[in-house]
Design a protein around this ligand. Structure first.
Ligand code: MSP
Length: 641
């Protein structure tokens, strides 16, 4: 019987559409859920929506619809978004479902049977305009926070939970289970709070209608947090005839929550469970906030970032990657699109994407497109096992950003290995170098296969794409660290490589995002238009001298990140010096011996002080160059018609 693992996100309020903050909790939970599935565990990953209470009642009223209609609409948006982001939740619980209400009923009955509920008076600031109570901290200058109506101090009958009786039991639980609240700073924070003393908690409201009726007193509804927290067991069938999932999966291994709702999860929830005689969750992790302009991203601050534009342009993986990579799990972090583009271009496009496309294109050029066998052991195989161990350790200790660090460190090693072995040079060494060349490329391809396995929980679509580039499916379960290396299928033909992460232009994205009147046009569309309106005659075209040349020398232009200085043999007396902006993608050594297409009659220009007498042509995919090489070798100077 495999181990079981239950992970949850908070359930989201339906008075707001999801923004980056909500997405973060769910994406991180998904990464851990996928990781545990790949460990061969039986996983239950739960998310859902929190649909009762005053906030929802009021938002619906403002829209002139019933609360359930508002909830249905927003739930639809959540389902679509989770699908777009490849969230692999096993269930989606709504607090308006009968299965949930049955569980709330049952937990309250158990708490009641334990003598922890009594009837008293709830006193709060009442707003007649909103028909709602506010707490002392919510009111602003004697007025309600949302509508600015005057408020008055009023009391209403309410049921109370004897939270005060749980102070010592909670403190004992924290002390006996130092891993129950993570990270450590939040654990200390909760202990300090509970040591300060606990007051009994009002758990019903007579002034609200939109909620679960209080068992035995339908004039009251259950307080939203007692209602909402119960989702974690209602989804498992607690309180119903079939509670097999509850018996199998409870207690949860990890409740992942934002730090703003830590107290509810670390104080109220365990106290309710203790009173009801139910087991307590193993770990509650309070992650930090995504900030925008130094403030928590939230609807009320009006500074939220919605995911739609980034998802439309990039699909789910770059956003999943960025969220996991940019934020240290547990700490706050600022969200900026610029940082997103920088990570995307430098890490995903230039490093990972480029490594894959280079390795595959060299395998096509030097090995006839057939996968060669990797080295069975050695420096790179050892580094792969070490990366895997570091990755597992980081994931087990809830440090996903360190797991990504381990992957990047490993990719650097793989990159260094290619540079050192220089397959483009080995390819010129004839039969003597053949075995080494094949082993080198096989080892790189195998390294990329290992990378795909490690990336799978973070970027499932990308991992599958890399695997299909390598013509081998990804394993569903991690191999043992000793069996990680060596799964490549040598002798199989490689499909042609497609760019994994085409480079992205941040300025163009910003321009599109700010064009609100006219819909933004993709750059290809405008160039299509230019093609039809700027026709040229064949004579005009003939003025451009296009010839094939062979690169004889190549080196980086000093102090430039992009420019290469090439000496290209165009069949003339002397090779031509041409400066090309390709250093992001191509190593100089890789180009030597390669045939390129050149515009030979361009007026000379100086680039970074180096004269360029011609231009090397390349197809450009979002700024990433793909050199145009003839189908077979031709004499230097051959014209292109
Ligand atoms: N409905 C309650 C949770 C009940 S769980 C039994 C709730 N909902 S929420 O929609 O307001 O927030 C859900 C989650 O989103 C919380 O974990 C919250 O911390 C997270 N985030 C909302 N804004 C956030 C940021 N700006 N940054 C990171 N996460 C934040 O609370």
């Amino acid at each position: 019987m495999s181990e079981r693992y239950m992970i949850t996100t908070p359930i989201y309020y339906v008075n707001d559409l999801p923004h980056i903050g909500h997405i973060y909790t769910t994406v991180m939970a998904d990464i851990f859920a996928r990781y545990h599935r790949m460990k061969g565990e039986q996983v239950l990953f739960l998310t859902g929506t929190d649909e009762h209470g005053q906030k929802i009642e009021r938002s619906a009223k403002a829209k002139g619809i019933r609360p359930i209609e508002l909830a249905d609409e927003v739930v639809g948006r959540y389902h679509t978004l989770w699908k777009q982001l490849e969230i692999s939740n096993d269930d989606f619980i709504r607090t308006t479902e009968p299965r949930h209400e049955a569980a709330v009923d049952e937990i309250i009955r158990r708490i009641q049977a334990n003598g922890d509920i009594y009837k008293g008076e709830y006193t709060g600031w009442y707003c007649a305009g909103c028909e709602a109570f506010y707490t002392e901290t919510q009111i602003v200058d004697g007025r309600c926070p949302d509508q600015n109506h005057p408020v008055e101090l009023l009391s209403e009958p309410s049921y109370f939970f004897r939270l005060s009786a749980y102070q010592d039991r909670l403190l004992n639980w924290y002390r006996e289970n130092p891993g129950c609240i993570r990270p450590r700073s939040r654990y200390n924070e909760v202990i300090r709070f509970v040591e300060g003393g606990l007051k009994d908690l009002s758990i019903s409201r007579a002034s609200i209608r939109w909620g679960v009726p209080f068992p035995g007193d339908p004039g009251h509804v259950v307080y939203v947090w007692l209602d909402a927290l119960t989702n974690y067991i209602s989804a498992l069938g607690f309180g119903s005839d079939d509670d097999s999932l509850y018996r199998q999966f409870w207690p949860a291994d990890l409740h992942l929550v934002g730090k703003d709702i830590l107290r509810f999860h670390c104080v109220y929830w365990p106290a309710f469970l203790m009173s009801a005689g139910l087991p307590l969750p193993k770990t509650i992790f309070g992650h930090g906030w995504w900030l925008r302009d130094e403030a928590k991203m939230s609807k009320s601050a009006g500074n939220v970032v919605r995911p739609d534009a980034l998802l439309e342009k990039f699909g789910p993986d770059p956003l999943r990657y960025f969220l996991a990579r940019e934020m240290t799990f547990g700490a706050d972090s600022s969200f900026s699109e610029e940082a997103f583009f920088t990570r995307y271009n430098t890490e995903l496009a230039n490093k990972l994407g480029n490594l894959l496309s280079r390795t595959i294109s060299m395998t096509h050029r030097f090995c006839g497109g057939v996968i060669p066998a990797p080295e069975s052991s050695g420096q790179i195989a050892t580094a792969a096992a070490a990366a895997f161990d570091a990755y597992v350790k980081a994931m087990e200790t809830l440090k996903p950003e360190r797991a990504l660090d381990a992957i990047w460190k490993w990719l650097e090693e793989l990159n260094g290995f290619i540079q050192e072995r220089a397959p483009w040079a080995l390819a010129k060494g004839g039969d003597a170098q053949r075995t080494l060349l094949e082993q080198t490329l096989g080892t790189c391809l195998e390294g990329l296969r290992v990378t795909a396995i490690l990336l799978a929980p973070f970027m499932p679509g990308t991992a599958a794409k890399i695997a299909s580039h390598l013509a081998i499916p990804l394993p569903d379960v991690f191999p043992e660290s000793t069996g990680l290396w060596g799964g490549l299928r040598a002798g199989v033909a490689l499909p042609p490589a497609e760019p994994l992460f085409p480079r992205a232009d941040f300025k163009a994205y910003l321009k599109e995002a700010t064009m609100d009147e006219t819909p933004a046009r993709a750059p290809e569309e405008s160039s299509k238009e230019a093609k039809t309106t700027n026709e040229i005659t064949i004579d005009q075209f003939a003025k451009t001298q296009l010839v094939i040349g062979t690169v004889r020398e190549a080196e980086r232009v000093p102090k430039s990140k992009k420019l290469l200085r090439l000496m290209v043999d165009l069949g003339e007396e002397e090779p031509r010096q041409i400066v090309a902006g390709m250093a992001d993608k191509y190593e100089p050594e890789e180009l030597v011996g390669r045939q390129v297409t050149v515009v030979a009659n361009l007026k000379p220009v100086k680039l970074m002080g180096v004269e360029s007498r011609g231009m090397v042509l390349a197809a450009s995919v979002d700024g990433e160059p793909f050199i145009l090489t003839p189908d077979g070798p031709v004499p230097p100077g051959t014209g292109v018609r």
